[in-house]
Design a binder for this molecule. Structure first.
Ligand SMILES: *Cc1c(COP(=O)(O)O)cnc(C)c1O
Length: 432
């Protein structure tokens, strides 16, 4: 399978190149040249299959021209080591719990898949592969944990100083080994800009093998479509009106849902739910797309002012903005509304994290317009990851899962960096 750039359909590369480069040389995002589709009959069989069986089929359809059956099985088995249960929170309102992985956020799916696939593709190259990651919190921990101890790979994480939760920070700054953490004097968008610039810098790319594991990388992005199939398969009633509400920041997760739909998953509606960083909801209500500086909120993993996967969304709708706006509704919510949602749902017996709360709010708002829909919101992180915010909202102590408590004991180890490209380049140039 070849992959083309969203900015130029004529620019086509192999899977290996797409994964190792991350970003296309013309600054576009890679897309699979053809999107395979499943027959309707397969959708009816889905409920009889396990998560992994669904994974073999979907990943097989996308990657069988590049990987052996054994490799596909290995990839899926390595990625799906934990479940994604669908929990009914209210009538017709389901939470898809994507936080049962090692770092308790949905990014574990993409990061584990990406680490395994990259390991397969770099093979036995003598030169180290460096993965540059900008994170607003959860990407860093998922990628770092996914790649920890992977031979021939070093991970360099850039994160905004003081803008990620203590626990999030501990999840990547305490690992050591092949994980290096740069604490940047700036916001997430600065980190993302530094990484982007490094990929476009000829001198650096001459000297080092640089790649990305952000959701712009196809190896991070594509596997996220798996749990849309799985969630659908576990819905008790397969009705025509099914909607997914996706709490969004860089919009990789939502774009993966649309990819699943293109592969034949019968989903008629999506909701792009955001916090005050609302450039996509604003676009969806009829305005131009306009990047904005990011605004800090309680759902900080979604504090993104210039969503990197937006071109992918446009591409999936073949540039048809009307179709895009018809199939994706955009809603945004304040911190106060986020807290209220956590409180009201807690009274129903379910604990949301601030990101899931945004997904829930988006879904509820949609259901006000059409209550005949069954809705699934993506619960993207375990509430314990945002302990302070959640405990304050619900006025109760949370019980932290074991695997989260372990990170708290580690020692933070970071290198300070200003947000200027010069200093970042200097740091990278000094690597061997
Ligand atoms: C990264 C993240 C998001 C946003 O996902 P995108 O794919 O960037 O839109 C939402 N919730 C949590 C908890 C996250 O870590």
């Amino acid at each position: 399978m070849q992959y083309y750039s969203t900015t130029n359909r004529e620019l086509k590369v192999s899977l290996q190149e797409a994964v190792l480069k991350g970003l296309a040389p013309d600054n576009g995002l890679f897309m699979p040249l053809t999107i395979p589709t499943f027959p309707e009959a397969w959708m009816e069989e889905l409920s009889n299959l396990s998560f992994r069986e669904i994974g073999y089929r979907v990943i097989g359809a996308l990657f069988s021209s590049d990987l052996t059956d054994a490799q596909i099985q290995e990839l899926v088995d390595h990625t799906l080591t934990f479940d994604a249960p669908l929990v009914e929170v209210e009538q017709n309102v389901f939470s898809l719990e994507l936080f049962h992985g090692p770092t308790l956020a949905f990014k574990d799916f993409g990061a584990r898949f990406c680490a395994k696939l990259l390991g397969m593709l770099v093979g036995t190259s003598a030169k180290k592969t460096r993965i540059l990651v900008a994170t607003s919190g959860d990407t860093g921990s998922a990628v770092a944990n996914g790649f920890l101890n992977v031979a021939g790979v070093e991970v360099i994480i850039l994160y905004p100083k003081g803008k990620v939760s203590l626990l999030q920070e501990k999840q990547f700054t305490t690992l050591g080994k092949n994980i290096i953490c740069l604490e940047v004097e700036g916001v997430f968008d600065d980190c993302q800009a530094l990484v982007k610039q490094a990929f476009l810098d000829p001198e650096l790319n001459e000297k080092l093998i640089l790649t990305s594991a952000n959701s712009i990388n196809v190896a991070r992005w594509i596997p996220q479509c798996l749990y849309y199939f799985y969630a659908y398969s576990r819905l008790p009633k397969k009705t025509e009106k099914i909607v997914f509400s996706v709490p969004s920041g860089n919009f990789g997760n939502l774009a993966a849902g649309i990819l699943a739909q293109r592969m034949g998953l019968p989903i008629s509606q999506f909701i792009a739910a955001t916090n005050e960083n609302k450039v996509v909801p604003t676009f969806l209500t009829g305005s131009y797309f306009e990047a904005k500086p990011s605004i800090p909120t309680l759902s900080n993993a979604m504090d993104v002012g210039n969503p990197s996967n937006f071109p992918r969304l446009v591409n999936l709708f073949e540039g048809d903005e009307e179709k895009f706006r018809n199939q994706v509704k955009g809603y945004f919510f304040s911190d106060a509304q986020t807290v209220q949602a956590m409180q009201s749902v807690y009274r129903l017996g379910y604990t949301l994290d601030p990101h899931g709360a945004i997904g829930y709010l988006g879904l509820k708002k949609f259901l006000e317009i059409d209550k005949d829909y069954q809705g699934i919101f993506l619960e993207t992180a375990h509430p314990g990851k945002f302990q302070e915010v959640v405990e304050k909202a619900i006025s109760e102590k949370l019980k932290l899962p074991e695997r989260l408590a372990i990170f708290q004991k580690g020692e933070k180890n970071t290198i300070p960096l200003t947000a200027s490209f010069e200093s970042f380049k200097q740091f990278l140039s000094a690597l061997d």
